[in-house]
Design a protein around this ligand. Sequence first.
Ligand SMILES: *Cc1c(COP(=O)(O)O)cnc(C)c1O
Length: 349
Amino acid sequence: MITTAKPVIGKEEKDAVLKVLDSGMLAQGSKVKEFESEFASYIGSKHAIATSNGTTALHAALLAHDIKQDDEVITTPFTFIATANSIKMAGAKPVFVDIDETFNINPDLIEEKITSKTKAILVVHLYGRPANLTKIQEIANKHNLIIIEDCAQAVGAEYRKKKVGSENTGCFSFYATKNMTTGEGGMVTTNNKEVEEKIRKIIEHGSKEKYSHEFLGYNYRITDIAAAIGIEQLKKLKDFNCARRTNAFYLNQKLKQTKLILPNITEGHVFHQYIIRTDKREELMNKLLEKDILSAIHYPLPIHKQHAYKEHNHETFPVAERLSEEVLSLPVHPSLSLEDLDKIAEALE
Ligand SMILES: *Cc1c(COP(=O)(O)O)cnc(C)c1O
């Protein structure tokens, strides 16, 4: 069976985990600190704070930027639910803006949604493809808005030669299917010392000093077991992302004679997903399955149409709605062999 995702875990990760288990320091030990400093230097940000997962990274980042009740945060309806949920978790209101053909938020539609309550833009680099940060930054500067980047699918992705999450507060996920994994895990990157200090408190029940609690916080910490895996995964990330791009190039080459709309291989794209567009999605998924190839839909229902977002159900975002009916994710992960890729291409042809 060829799956859509497959974590690559080697001897290095296994040895690192055993060392942590033998050390007796399973949490709040030296591995978390080491993972954070390695990650900050990889991304090119001043600080990095590890969290229990990508959702808690987003929630903590929004709180640290003082996003609260009655604030509005602009984001995309075409993303994993956690993006918008984190805004609601902070007590604020998500304000959706349609996407364009890049699958990311359409910068030209942002300004008309800005009100006196707008505090931030939560940008998502969907599928590992960087959003247009230049345009978004211009809008943010003009209206004095904070930018927070949801980099959950884009660890190592670059926009104009800089890693996403290096210029603004960035939130990452190390869930099992992401480009690097710790099982569950997350990270916030920031260049702002105050934000860093606040996040450290938020993820520790609102405390800096043990048992002295300044405000309501949470337990959003990562374990040393997960951090030890993360340190090893980070060393391999460059190769993982390189393999994903190579696989995407290969599939594009193999599929160029078909009627499928193939992904653009833009600079800095790390292909968390390889997305084709088709009006024969069901048929293709079944054909692939017959050949033991799994495919997936990211995402079949935009967030504004979800039951959990009833108050947004009347809104319409034509591009997000159309693309949600056409997108199909094919396997692109680093463990695929040339044989696997040929098999996928042949099945589609
Ligand atoms: C995976 C993901 C998240 C959440 O990360 P978890 O670690 O699963 O909590 C947030 N946003 C996007 C776009 C994601 O793909």
